[in-house]
Design a protein around this ligand. Structure first.
Ligand code: SAM
Ligand code: DTB
Ligand code: SF4
Length: 336
């Protein structure tokens, strides 16, 4: 077990060998390592808000918001700061500890960034952790966001470098890596993961995870999304991924990046309670919480609370209030 701790030099064949383990062996290893780093009954909850919707210049094959796909989505301008703060307050009230604001941009302009900075400052002022996902950033923009108090930046690699061109043609895999480097260098926590079920092979899933775990530091947060199939997007007709393969991928992510939060992200609306329970057993310890993701639905907050209760799991926020422990950001302390 110990030879898997915070390594940054994983080879593809080693990762594929983890995928090939018997399911029970893989889950046992993942859960064992998970327990060395985290409370296995604790889950971190982030709520999402689309602060600027649709009309995006990129052509990501999975996305409802690309101007290049006829998905019927109505485009909306950048939201006023007050509306964002009201949504963050409501999310906090329901139990979310982090508020993640997403914009359908290839990259933000400096003018747009000014209003986003006001949002970050205001949400930070509510005592919530802040997260943004705005597309590509320059080093200067990342620095400005850090100065505004931004805790996390989400920028997914989405898939393997080998499969990337099948999904997105308007930017390169290296563009993604460059923004991640800017975010890291600015001192912002990195949130980066991908999407499963886009027609990629197991080798692609292994290769995407290898890219993440061989970064100079593991991302503090690793969202694993199951493709939400959206009518009008090129990936709408993609064949369903075997749910057990999804669980395996969570387990392998846990083994490769034991100090990181692994988030069971988009796609939970299509998952049974039993599948989600298996994902938690495999080492997932974070979810998107609240009725909406960006443009699609997420399970109802009540249903999630009920599921967590049935599993005897607690949210970080509840646990914190209960034990009144002084908070050291776990991510900063743990991920390497
Ligand atoms: N425009 C920015 C960008 O792409 O970096 C930020 C917003 S974008 C919607 C954030 C992430 O959501 C994408 O990188 C992708 O991983 C995920 N995502 C988008 N549409 C999805 C879908 N239909 N199913 C699963 N994940 C999706
Ligand atoms: C991430 O990895 N998943 C979230 C968040 N980061 C921004 C987005 C999921 C979007 C699902 C499709 C939609 O609602 O448009
Ligand atoms: Fe635009 Fe982000 Fe959607 Fe790609 S994933 S089309 S960059 S909003």
């Amino acid at each position: 077990m110990t030879d898997t701790i915070l390594r940054h030099d994983w080879r593809l064949d080693e990762i594929e060998a983890l995928f090939d383990l018997p399911f029970n062996d893989l889950l046992f290893q993942a859960q064992t390592l998970h327990r060395a780093y985290f409370d296995p009954n604790q889950v971190q909850m982030s709520s999402l808000l689309s602060i600027k919707t649709g009309a995006c210049a990129e052509d990501c094959g999975y996305c409802s918001q690309s101007a290049k796909h006829a998905t019927g989505l109505e485009a909306e301008k950048l939201m006023p700061v007050e509306d964002v703060v009201a949504a963050a307050e409501a999310a906090k009230e329901k139990g979310a500890s982090r508020f993640c604001m997403g914009a359908a941009w290839r990259n933000p302009t400096d003018k747009n960034l000014e209003r986003v900075i006001e949002m970050v400052e205001a949400v930070h002022g509510l005592g919530m952790e802040t997260c943004l996902t705005l597309g590509m950033l320059t080093q200067d923009q990342a620095g400005r966001l850090r100065s505004a108090g931004l805790d996390y930046y989400n920028h997914n690699l989405d898939t393997s470098p080998e499969f990337y061109g099948n999904v997105i043609t308007t930017r390169t895999f290296d563009d993604r890596l460059q923004t991640l480097a800017h975010v890291r260098d600015a001192g912002i926590n990195v949130c980066s993961g991908g999407i499963l079920g886009m027609g990629e092979s197991r080798r692609d899933r292994a290769s995407m995870l290898r890219e993440l775990c061989t970064l100079p530091r593991h991302p503090e947060s690793v969202p694993i999304n199951l493709l939400v199939k959206i009518e009008g997007t090129p990936l709408y007709d993609t064949e369903d991924l075997d749910p057990l393969e999804f669980v395996r991928t969570i387990a392998v992510a846990r083994l490769l990046m034991p100090g990181s939060y692994v988030r069971l992200s988009a796609g939970r609306g299509e998952m049974s309670d039993e599948m989600q329970a298996l994902c938690f057993l495999a080492g997932a310890n974070s979810i998107f919480y609240g009725e909406r993701l960006l443009t699609t639905e997420n399970p109802e907050a009540d249903r999630d609370r009920q599921l967590l209760r049935r599993l005897g799991m607690k949210t970080e926020q509840l646990l914190e209030t209960e034990v009144k422990a002084a908070k050291v950001p776990c991510d900063k302390a743990r991920a390497g």
